[in-house]
Design a protein around this ligand. Structure first.
Ligand code: ATP
Length: 368
């Protein structure tokens, strides 16, 4: 598929990538990520057409909605996009002020949220040798804003009782397990599925059945499973024993924040949302951090790394070797900048800020 597609695109057809800044620190870290990606693309001859699109609080003021029609109509014409963090908790309570990101994940069937955790020296990581990926199912589970066709998965039949419904399907479980197995196959060939089928015999039981069914198609990948509470403990004690981990939506949400805590905090937690289609969405794990917004101190690593993952994914999917090389250049320059305390941000034991960190990475790319 890749080669054929590369032919179809023509030699000079640019990748079309959307820039959706989001809210709060999104206005600082998304431009940082774009600056780094532009430097890498220029260095390696990757043509990219960047498409800034309105989203979030600012879009509510300028376009009358946090997810304007113009943005929704343009996204399917793109190869992928960078979505900054969304501060939806501060949105006014109005129907046009919705939280856009679950809608985007669902609408574009981005069912696998790929969240890597890696330790770098000098940042105060709890272990020196962590290199794992948590793949979180993205579109069902306990999250009430995406597990129903209409209505919400949470409801209150009486004033004193609330019911929260978790949705687990065979299809979503099987597909996310396959996404994890594909990743494992390109890494250390080890996949762990995390669940609690001792208690949730039907829900987690179905997830487990589908993980096993998918695993049978990957005899070259070593597969094992861990109960979620044990996994939470083992993630702290021996994270080196994991390669690719797959789990249901809410477990994945919690565990990937825990994993970020091992390697310097939320500023070190990137992510890429993927499906079976041709589109991917770079989205850091962390929120919009309103407490530090506008001060120029946000750590751009997670957003830059998410963007790097997008470029690498597009490079492989479209058969564009230059995009893969550009992603590799971003990776090397980021690692070098992380090693410089004067460049990196305060949350990871640096004395720099968003600008110094970003500039150090750009300089590193240009010097190569
Ligand atoms: P959400 O529920 O939307 O994920 P949250 O409540 O988990 O959001 P975040 O916005 O992710 O909260 O931030 C939690 C704290 O982590 C912030 O107060 C901020 O200090 C810190 N933080 C998050 N992202 C970064 C970053 N990129 N750089 C530095 N600090 C960050």
């Amino acid at each position: 598929m890749c080669a054929a597609l590369a032919d179809n695109r023509g030699m000079n057809a640019p990748l079309k990538i959307g820039i959706l800044e989001g809210d709060d620190i999104g206005h600082e870290i998304v431009p940082a990520a774009v600056a780094v990606a532009k430097a890498a693309a220029a260095r390696h001859g990757v043509a990219i057409e960047w498409r800034p699109l309105p989203i979030g609080r600012r879009a509510l003021d300028t376009h009358g909605a946090t997810l304007p029609r113009e943005t929704l109509d343009t996204l399917p014409t793109l190869d992928g996009w960078i979505l900054g963090p969304i501060g939806h908790r501060a949105y006014p309570k109005r129907p046009e002020a919705i939280n856009p990101h679950p809608i985007l994940r669902k609408r574009f069937d981005l069912f696998a949220n790929v969240r890597p955790t890696r330790s770098y020296p000098g940042l105060g990581c709890l272990h020196d040798d962590i290199d794992l990926i948590i793949v979180r199912e993205n579109n069902e589970g306990f999250q009430p804003d995406r597990n129903m066709f209409m209505g919400s998965g949470e409801f209150r039949p009486t004033e004193d009782m609330t019911l929260s419904m978790r949705v687990i399907t065979r299809r979503a479980s099987y597909r996310v397990a396959k996404a994890a197995l594909d990743l494992a196959r390109r890494r250390r060939k080890h996949m762990t599925y995390v669940h609690k089928d001792t208690v949730f015999k039907l829900g987690c039981g179905m997830f487990v059945e589908e993980c096993r069914r998918a695993a049978a198609e990957y005899p070259d990948v070593r597969v094992d499973d861990v109960i979620v509470d044990t996994f939470a403990m083992r993630l702290v004690r021996d994270p080196q024993s994991f390669d690719v981990v797959v789990t249901t939506n809410m477990f994945g949400d919690i565990l990937s924040d825990e994993a970020a805590g091992l390697v310097g905090g939320l500023g070190m937690a990137p992510g890429l949302c993927i499906g079976e289609g041709r589109i991917a969405m770079a989205q850091a794990t962390h929120g919009s951090a309103p407490d530090i917004a506008g001060r120029g101190i946000a750590n751009p690593y997670a957003m830059i790394e998410s963007t790097r993952m997008l470029l690498e994914w597009l490079g492989h999917d479209r058969g564009i070797a230059e995009a893969v090389a550009a992603a590799e250049a971003m990776s090397q320059a980021t690692t070098a900048a992380l090693a410089d305390p004067a460049a990196r941000t305060g949350d990871i034991r640096g004395t720099g800020n968003t600008a110094t960190f970003t500039e150090a990475i750009v300089r590193g790319i240009e010097a190569r």
